[in-house]
Design a protein around this ligand. Structure first.
Ligand SMILES: [Zn+2]
Length: 426
């Protein structure tokens, strides 16, 4: 079904109607303005007072295909993206086989096109090193040629500084940004949660926050020395935020993301050995949560990405130290972030910057705006709608989220890409 009129929606606190024409936004007509009522042959959707926001972009997801389709596949991952409001996602390379050759990239793109021809759109992230082993560079030019939009060793951080330097240089020649998972794997070895009071209390081996910030400082120093941009993935602690702040003060070309879980939960959530709270980097202290909230508000951290990491139920139903890292995030990210808006931590326009405009700009993807003449890529969000994440409401195969069974407020009721509804719950 294609629509040309979407009535009864709210745009920047004005209610009115969106007019679409051939996949583009033609106009927004406030209710106070008179205009010709749509003729019978035009297709009208009642927006039921939903807010119109640009379609979101998530630069950090794990869609598990090829190799781990029991956790997620490209079809289900993109369905969850559509439902969560994300029209474009960057999928990490830690599949099996690893996405370190053009044929894997092309396979992923073909699967995405087969199952979701109208979007959401998949942009594969190529492995930075062969097999993500951190020993030799992957064929970066071949990966770029096949369609990779970024390179990353996410999950298995590169420890060899010389190799990482060369990776930045090669990627820069191809005009592609490296996304770095910042972790000193010697400092973090064997750790399963944040190192501190709570890990002492629970008797679990901790990962100190300096394991992250040490690598953040390496990346900043290399970015400054080479004058090559680097993007820092899933920043989790105040000490990294401080380093990024200082780097930006000096105009060093560094950007960073954090995730909804680091803005919401602290290590307290691990109490009771809750495996749904196990994630890497780990949930940190309440002070880190506050520092990250300030960092996204003040644009020190540029982007909110999900680090969507789905797992099968049975994999999390094990003792804490044996559980895999990761939180399934595509279905719930927007609701969690809207909670920050309700608590006045962020404004709605901050969310648009952090989840739509900045990620698209940084990675050279189409920037969704709601201006007339632009592609009709937008979501209709009911800010009041209450729902409970669970098997019936989440489209990701992975239900591994700490908000499982809890009430969230705010939901994507419809999602349009190029004027085509990819989700419609209205
Ligand atoms: Zn990741």
């Amino acid at each position: 079904m294609s629509y040309t009129h979407i009535q009864n929606v709210v745009l920047d606190s004005t209610s009115g109607s969106l007019i679409l024409h051939q996949g583009c936004l033609q106009a927004f007509i406030p209710d106070s303005d008179s205009y010709d009522t749509p003729s019978a042959r035009e297709q009208t959707l009642d927006g039921r007072c939903c807010h119109v926001l640009p379609s979101l972009t998530d630069i950090h997801v794990h869609l598990r295909e090829p190799g781990f389709e029991y956790k997620e596949d490209i079809a289900s991952g993109l369905a969850a993206a559509a439902a969560g409001g994300f029209g474009r996602v960057l999928a990490m390379a830690n599949t099996r086989p690893v996405n370190d050759q053009g044929s894997i990239t092309r396979y992923m793109l073909q699967k995405a096109h087969e199952h979701h021809p109208d979007g959401p759109f998949l942009y594969p992230v190529g492995a930075l090193t062969r097999g993500l082993k951190g020993k030799e560079l992957a064929p970066l030019a071949e990966l770029a040629e096949a369609g990779c939009r970024a390179f990353s060793n996410d999950g298995l951080p590169v420890q060899d500084n010389e190799l990482f330097r060369r990776a930045l240089e090669y990627a820069s020649d191809l005009d592609i940004i490296v996304i770095d998972h910042c972790e000193d794997s010697f400092l973090s070895a064997g750790g399963v949660m944040n190192e501190g009071r709570m890990s002492d209390y629970l008797g679990l081996k901790g990962i100190p926050h300096v394991a992250e910030s040490l690598q953040v400082s390496r990346d900043i120093l290399l970015a400054a020395y080479l004058d090559i941009p680097v993007h820092l993935a899933h920043i989790s602690c105040a000490s990294s935020v401080e380093l990024i702040y200082q780097a930006k003060q000096k105009s060093i070309p560094v950007s960073a993301e954090t995730c909804p879980h680091y803005l919401h939960w602290s290590e307290e959530l691990v109490k009771g050995y809750n495996t749904l709270a196990r994630v890497n980097p780990p949930l940190r202290t309440p002070d880190d949560v506050l520092a990250l909230r300030q960092a996204v508000r003040e644009n020190v951290v540029d982007i909110i990405a999900t680090d969507h990491a789905p797992h099968a139920d049975f994999e999390k139903e094990v003792p804490f130290a044996q559980a895999p890292n990761g939180i399934s995030g595509l279905d719930t990210a927007l609701a969690l972030c809207l909670d920050l808006v309700r608590r006045n931590v962020l404004q709605l326009q901050d969310l648009v910057r952090l989840m739509a405009t900045s990620p698209a700009r940084l990675f050279g993807l189409p920037v969704c705006t709601l201006e007339p003449g632009r592609p009709a890529d937008f979501i209709l969000v009911d800010l009041e709608h209450r729902w409970t994440p669970g098997p019936d409401t989440m489209l990701s195969k992975g239900k591994n989220t700490p908000c499982l069974g809890q009430t969230l407020q705010g939901r994507v009721m419809a999602h349009f890409l190029g004027g085509v509804p990819v989700i419609n719950r209205l």
